[in-house]
Ligand binder design. Structure first.
Ligand SMILES: C[S@@+](CC[C@H](N)C(=O)[O-])C[C@H]1O[C@@H](n2cnc3c(N)ncnc32)[C@H](O)[C@@H]1O
Length: 267
C-alpha cells in the first residue's frame, strides 16, 4: 500500500505522483474558532442571507468550518444544503451546531466529511459559498476546487468566494486576533505571518489569561497562497466562471457559464 510523502504543505502519492493538499487539522484552533471569530464572521455571513433565500435548487458550502456561515445559509433558505468539511475537529463543532438547530435544519443539511475536490454532486446547486478557504489551498488544489464547484452548479449558478490576498507580506508581521472575556478568563490569539517562497506561513498562538497570568498556551500553523488578478481571471475562465463583481466588499460573485458561454468567454 503506498504511503504519502509529507512536506508539511502537501503530500505526494508515490503511486501516481500527484501532489495533494495536506488538509489542515484545526485540532487546536477548533476550540478557539467561534470564541475569537464568531461575532465578526456571523455578522458578515448575514450579508449572504439574500442569495441563500434566492436559491431554488440547492446550496453547497465548501469548507464550512464550525458552521458560522452554514447557520445563515440554512435559516435563510428552503432548499437542500450540502456542507463540505474535511477537518474532524471543525466538523465536531459544526455537527453540534446543526443538532442544536432542530428538525428542519437536520432534515435539509447534509455534511460531507471530505475535501471539496472529492465531492461528487453533479448539478445539484444554484448557489455555492466558500469563505476563508480558497487562500489556504495550494495552487494545484485551488484550481481543482474551481473545477469541482463548476460541476456542482447548474449553468447560471452563483459561486460566492472571498478574494485571496494578491501579494505576500514584504516582511514578517504580527497582530492580535480577538480578545474575549469568558468568566474570569480572557481569550486571545497572536497571529504571526511569515512570507516563505510562494506562500505565507500563519502561526497562531492562542493564549488564555487569568488575572493577567497566562494559564494556557496552544499553537497551530496554517499556510496561504496569494493570487494575482491575472491568475485568478485565468483560473476562473478555465473552470467556466465569469467574475460578475462583488457581493460585499472582498466577496466575489462568480457566475457559472454554460458550455457555449465558456467557448465565447475563452476566445
Ligand atoms: C478558516 S476555516 C473557514 C470556515 C468557514 N468557512 C468560516 O468562514 O468560518 C477553513 C475551513 O476550510 C476547510 N478546508 C480546508 N481545505 C479544504 C478542502 N480542500 N475542501 C473543503 N474544505 C477545506 C478547513 O477544514 C476549515 O474548516
Amino acid at each position: 500500500m503506498p504511503t504519502a510523502e509529507h512536506d508539511g504543505l502537501a503530500r505526494r502519492c508515490p503511486a501516481c505522483g500527484a501532489v495533494r493538499q495536506q488538509i489542515p487539522e484545526y485540532s487546536v484552533s477548533a476550540e478557539f474558532y467561534d470564541v475569537l471569530h464568531g461575532a465578526e464572521y456571523r455578522r458578515s455571513a448575514l450579508e449572504l442571507a439574500a442569495p441563500a433565500a434566492a436559491a431554488r435548487l440547492g446550496i453547497v458550502e465548501l469548507g464550512a468550518g464550525t458552521g458560522l456561515v452554514t447557520e445563515v445559509l440554512v435559516s435563510a433558505s428552503s432548499v437542500p444544503v450540502h456542507v463540505v468539511e474535511p477537518a474532524a475537529a471543525m466538523r465536531a463543532v459544526l455537527l453540534s451546531r446543526l443538532a442544536a438547530a432542530g428538525p428542519d435544519t437536520l432534515g435539509r443539511v447534509t455534511v460531507h466529511p471530505c475535501p471539496a475536490q472529492q465531492l461528487g454532486l453533479a448539478a445539484q446547486a444554484d448557489l455555492a459559498v466558500c469563505l476563508r478557504v480558497i487562500a489556504g489551498l495550494p495552487p494545484v488544489e485551488r484550481r481543482s476546487v474551481w473545477h469541482s464547484a463548476a460541476t456542482w452548479l447548474l449553468p447560471g449558478g452563483l459561486l460566492l468566494v472571498d478574494r485571496p490576498p494578491r501579494h505576500l507580506p514584504a516582511e514578517p508581521r504580527q497582530r492580535v486576533v480577538g480578545e474575549v472575556r469568558i468568566g474570569i478568563d480572557t481569550y486571545t490569539a497572536r497571529l504571526t505571518e511569515h512570507p516563505k517562497g510562494d506562500h505565507v506561513q500563519l502561526d497562531y498562538t492562542y493564549l488564555v489569561r487569568r488575572q493577567g497570568r497566562v494559564i494556557r498556551r496552544a499553537e497551530e500553523t496554517f499556510h496561504q497562497w496569494p493570487l494575482t488578478d491575472e491568475e485568478l481571471d485565468r483560473e476562473l475562465a478555465d473552470a467556466g466562471f465569469r467574475l460578475e463583481g462583488e457581493q460585499t466588499p472582498g466577496v466575489l460573485r462568480l457566475r457559472r457559464l454554460d458550455h457555449q458561454d465558456v467557448i465565447t468567454h475563452r476566445n
